[in-house]
Design a protein around this ligand. Structure first.
Ligand code: HEM
Ligand code: ISQ
Length: 148
């Protein structure tokens, strides 16, 4: 099934809500990732030297915003042309260098979906969740392809 206008709208509106409170949602995102994969802490330059997840770190926020923003872009691309083409040619190399593997992509996906669930509160729906999931999966496979 192709990515619908409704799905793109659902992703866009929750992306806007995510950005409204970036400081707290970005901390939530990393906190969930580290709960699921404690060893991932050492991978991130902006996490490895701090005790927990730094609460007011512009770099951490910018990285989280970039990840969610790329998933949002992926939704727009799926809607416009039915496929995701990486706009950042360095994305494969960065993740190869950090030795990111398939199970990590599952962890980041679950953390992203749990964060969005928190962002949208009682407007959460299966349809919204599926829209983010599809956009993430297509982006993740484009990154994995660039890694191989
Ligand atoms: C770096 C995006 C999946 C770990 C980056 C960068 C981007 C990015 C844009 C460049 C630096 C930045 O601006 O943040 C994504 C997207 C993903 C994804 C869109 C999934 C669709 C993963 C996964 C892991 C991971 C699964 C493993 C836990 C890292 C690390 C860096 C990085 C460790 C280097 C961060 C640093 O500068 O210290 N990623 N990534 N990424 N990514 Fe990912
Ligand atoms: C993956 N790649 C880059 C940045 C990230 C930030 C948070 C969680 C996962 C990430």
């Amino acid at each position: 099934m192709s990515f619908t206008e409704k799905q793109e709208t659902l992703v866009n509106s929750s992306w806007e809500a995510f950005k409204q409170n970036l400081p707290s949602y970005s901390v939530l995102f990393y906190t969930i990732i580290l709960e699921k994969a404690p060893a991932a802490k050492g991978l991130f330059s902006f996490l490895k030297d701090s005790a927990g997840v730094p609460q007011n770190d512009p770099k951490l926020q910018a990285h989280a915003e970039k990840v969610f923003g790329l998933v949002r872009d992926s939704a727009a691309q799926l809607r416009a042309k039915g496929e995701v083409v990486l706009t950042d040619a360095t994305l494969g190399g960065v993740h190869v260098q950090k030795r990111v593997a398939d199970p990590h992509f599952v962890v980041v996906k679950e953390a992203l979906l749990q964060t969005i669930k928190e962002v949208v509160g009682n407007t959460w729906s299966d349809e919204l969740s599926t829209a983010w999931e599809v956009a993430y999966d297509e982006l993740a496979s484009a990154i994995k392809k660039a890694m191989s």
